[in-house]
Every structure is written in structure tokens, then in C-alpha cells.
Design a protein around this ligand. Structure first.
Ligand code: HEM
Length: 207
């Protein structure tokens, strides 16, 4: 129990470091020639990283047999939502100058904004239903089904990133391949037989 609490504390503190560094860089005026763009890009990247980490937990747990990883999954997901909210805020602030009415037409006109908005909107029900109370209320099966939306959100996020990158697509494609691997793993886990005759553990077995 104390180990889990310590692990959660380590994740919590580490997850806040990028934000602290961003604020420090902005305060020291060391965020490059365009600090607003720097803030948007940093928060966008952190959202994608935390979203990918959240999706990676179950496969990592199965492959390496570290069951306690699941204890930090909710926190990672909530950090993805937290950085996503900051990212959206930077867009509404710096890109739209708080002209909320202009967001609708922008979503329609710029496909990468539509993809980003899709990724973010899909994270909202996941964040709302992340509490133990909501898991109980929905029932484990329904909750798990709803939370598969995280894959759709992550795919939309990678598409968003891939669309906005003008020339060097290596990084968005790397995220895309990682996500594809994690998704393929989950599908194998879903359809692989529950028992392997020769070995005791089946890393593809469902929870
Ligand atoms: C899950 C949700 C989202 C993720 C994971 C995400 C991720 C990213 C990433 C990785 C970048 C590029 C960072 C870089 O260049 O290093 C980015 C940039 C950007 N995102 Fe998002 N994003 C999300 C949602 C949104 C939403 C909802 C909006 C606005 C409606 C948005 C607007 C932008 C803009 C304006 C940029 C900067 C584009 C540029 O520099 O030309 N994103 N985002």
C-alpha cells in the first residue's frame, strides 16, 4: 500500500515537471521567438505523451507481468486530460483571442483542428467517469466498454499531429506506429484463446 502511494507520488511529481519547466521558460522569457506557439506545442506534446502512456499500461503490465502498473493508469489518463485542457486553453487564448464564436467555423475549416477537437471531446466522458463511484455506477463491463474510447481519442490525436506537421512527419508517424502496436496487442488479447496448453501465462489474455 505504501509502495503504491509512493509510486503515485513519483508519477504525480514527474507529470508536473513539464508544466513547471514551461512556466519557468515563459517567466524567464526563454521560450523562443514565439512563446505562445511554444506553449501550445509543449502542452500538445504532453497531452499526446500521457495519452500514449495511458494506452500502454495494460500491454506493458501483461508483457512484463507488473500488475501494479494499473494503479497509476487513472492518474496518467487524468494528466492527459489536464494537459489537453491547457492545450485547448492556449488555442482559445492565443489562436482565437477568446472569440468563442469563431471556434465552430475554425473546426470546420481546418481539418487538423477538427481532429484535435475530436480527440479532446472524447476524453471528456473518460475523465468524468474516472472516479470509483462512476465505475460502480456504470458497472465494470459498461465502464470498460466506454473507456475503449481512449483508443479512438489517441488515433484522432495522432491524426491531428500528423496533419499539422508540414514536412518532417517522423515523430507523428512514430506515435502512430506505437499506437498501432498497442491496439493490435489489445485485439490479439481479445481474440486469443484464454488458455495456452504448454505455458502457464498467456500475455495476450484479457483481464
Ligand atoms: C487529445 C487532444 C490533443 C492532442 C494529443 C494534441 C496534440 C498536439 C501536438 C502533439 C501538437 C504539436 C506539437 C509540436 O509541434 O511539437 C499540437 C499542436 C497544436 N494543436 Fe493540438 N492536440 C490536441 C487537441 C487540440 C485541440 C482540441 C485543439 C484546438 C481546438 C488543438 C490545436 C492545436 C494547435 C493550434 C496546434 C499548433 C499548430 C501549429 O503549431 O501550427 N489541439 N497538438
Amino acid at each position: 500500500m505504501a509502495d503504491v502511494r509512493f509510486a503515485k507520488l513519483v508519477v504525480f511529481v514527474n507529470a508536473l515537471i513539464p508544466l513547471a519547466l514551461l512556466l519557468w521558460d515563459l517567466y524567464r522569457k526563454q521560450a523562443g521567438p514565439n512563446p505562445l506557439e511554444f506553449a501550445t506545442r509543449t502542452t500538445g506534446m504532453m497531452t499526446l505523451i500521457f495519452l500514449s502512456l495511458t494506452v500502454a499500461i495494460t500491454p506493458l503490465r501483461k508483457i512484463f507481468g507488473i500488475n501494479s502498473l494499473v494503479k497509476v493508469r487513472r492518474m496518467l489518463g487524468l494528466f492527459a486530460f489536464f494537459y489537453g485542457s491547457l492545450h485547448l486553453l492556449t488555442y482559445v487564448w492565443f489562436d482565437r483571442l477568446f472569440n468563442l464564436i469563431s471556434i465552430g467555423p475554425d473546426v470546420v475549416q481546418r481539418p487538423f483542428i477538427l481532429a484535435g477537437m475530436t480527440a479532446f471531446v472524447l476524453m471528456v466522458p473518460l475523465a468524468i467517469t474516472s472516479t470509483n463511484k462512476m465505475v460502480k455506477r456504470l458497472g465494470g463491463k459498461q465502464w470498460a466498454r466506454l473507456h475503449r474510447l481512449v483508443y479512438v481519442s489517441a488515433i484522432a490525436a495522432v491524426v491531428h499531429y500528423w496533419m499539422l506537421v508540414k514536412s518532417d512527419t517522423r515523430l507523428p508517424l512514430t506515435f502512430g506506429f506505437i499506437l498501432l502496436f498497442l491496439l493490435a496487442y489489445r485485439l490479439f488479447a481479445r481474440y486469443a484463446p484464454a488458455q495456452q496448453p504448454s505455458s502457464g501465462t498467456n500475455i495476450f489474455r484479457r483481464e
